[in-house]
Design a protein around this ligand. Structure first.
Ligand SMILES: NC(=O)c1ccc[n+]([C@@H]2O[C@H](COP(=O)([O-])OP(=O)(O)OC[C@H]3O[C@@H](n4cnc5c(N)ncnc54)[C@H](OP(=O)(O)O)[C@@H]3O)[C@@H](O)[C@H]2O)c1
Length: 368
């Protein structure tokens, strides 16, 4: 365990506060940073009440590079929990590199994950620090599972990753990030390269293990499209999510047909900004019992060039609680040293050991 603190940017948000609790549980000192000094003081009080060692609070606006660098100075790793990451990712990562500090975040936004590799990879290598974006529920279990399953049959003709989530109640931050994701601009990995994702309707079905059974699926612009080809030899990645994860039962069947129109509408900036402002009137996120009651299952199918097949699944509870556990574990592993550059979860860390760390939290994985 490092004796340097772990910094949290966005420490005042729903997820940031869970991350502080997890750092307290792990006995790691922390620096709490974000744009609001008053909210940071309240977050520090809550973290200390949970037994956490808050070294300092460090207010820093996202457009103030000097303040961000000052906030991260002396830390081992910064955990960015402030989204949407298409706005906050680059300033926070740039400051982390300038301060010589590792970087992890809780993003689910594929364009930002791609940017960490394409735009920041060389700078990270030069600075000798590492960045792993998408270190929460999105996309740690999925990326690690794809690694363990895909490696068993590579080189692959195709790798399919499919998500089912039950009882999900998103936070305001997730809703705002989803608005940015739904407007499009994502890519898929096809024929050994990244190409713009098709914009038309995509409807599929996947059979999950009992008691879930067959689910209607839509395409999912997930991070595995970016990360998996960096550690598994595959020609193609297909990513799907069950429609019940995203819509109430009445809209579930029609959702795949609605998404293209919704995406076109959300590309209109004032409309997106108006919806984002309205989200501010909603509750911060689910209460603790509802958060803990969520159940998710991810399956992976790999088809080798030679016809070999491999499959597996990973499942567990509590998307937001799990995110705090995975992002903190990643931050502490990077703090221990030995990794630099832009990484996927499975290229930065040992996949089996990381999943074993999640077992006490209720995460189960198997090769089927
Ligand atoms: N995919 C996953 O598995 C997963 C899981 C958990 C979270 N997340 C992502 O993590 C992010 C945060 O989620 P959340 O639920 O914690 O949301 P939240 O409760 O709304 O918190 C958002 C945090 O970001 C800060 N922030 C937002 N815009 C900012 C800006 N322009 N400058 C500086 N700080 C800014 C907020 O500061 P203020 O308090 O000052 O407003 C707050 O600390 C979202 O993008 C969400 O999608 C993803």
């Amino acid at each position: 365990m490092t004796d340097r603190p772990i910094a949290i940017y966005g420490a005042t948000g729903y997820t940031g506060k869970l991350v502080a609790q997890e750092l307290a549980r792990r006995g790691a000192p922390m620096v709490l940073s974000g744009r609001s000094p008053e909210k940071l003081e309240a977050a520090a009080e809550a973290a200390r009440a949970a037994g956490g060692e808050v070294v300092r609070t460090a207010p820093a606006a996202i457009d103030d590079p000097a303040a961000l660098i000052g906030a991260f100075d002396g830390a081992a790793t910064v955990i960015n929990a402030a989204g949407p990451f298409v706005f906050t990712g680059a300033p926070v990562l740039r400051a982390a590199i300038a301060a010589g500090v590792h970087y992890v975040d809780t993003t689910g936004e594929q364009p930002w994950i791609r940017e960490t590799f394409d735009r920041f990879g060389p700078d990270l290598e030069r600075a000798g620090v590492a960045a792993v974006a998408g270190m929460g529920f999105d996309y740690v279990p999925g990326d690690l599972l794809c690694h363990l399953v895909g490696r068993a049959a590579e080189p692959l003709r195709e790798l399919i990753v499919a998500y089912d989530v039950q009882g999900f109640d998103p936070t305001r931050g997730t809703m705002r990030s989803s608005l940015e994701m739904l407007k499009g601009g994502d890519v898929v990995y096809e024929d050994g390269d990244w190409v713009p994702a098709p914009t038309g309707v995509r409807r599929a079905s996947v059979v999950f293990p009992a008691p879930i059974g067959r689910r209607t699926m839509g395409s999912y612009p997930c991070g595995e499209q970016i990360t998996v080809p960096r550690h598994v030899r595959t020609r193609r990645v297909v990513s799907l999510i069950s429609t019940r994860a995203l819509a109430p039962p009445q809209a579930e069947q029609t959702l795949p047909y609605l998404v293209p129109g919704l995406a076109a509408a959300l590309r209109i900036d004032p409309l997106r900004e108006g919806i984002s402002a309205k989200i501010g009137d909603l509750p911060e996120g689910p209460p603790e019992d509802a958060r803990r009651a969520v159940r998710w299952t991810i399956v992976c199918f790999a088809r080798g060039e030679d016809g070999a097949e491999a499959r597996g699944l990973v499942s567990g509870p509590d998307i937001y609680g799990l995110t705090a556990v995975t992002v903190v574990h990643g931050a502490l592993l990077l703090a221990a040293g030995g990794v630099s550059g832009a990484h996927a979860p499975a290229s930065a860390f040992d996949a089996q050991a990381f999943l074993a760390h999640l077992a006490p939290f209720g995460v189960h994985w198997e090769r089927a």
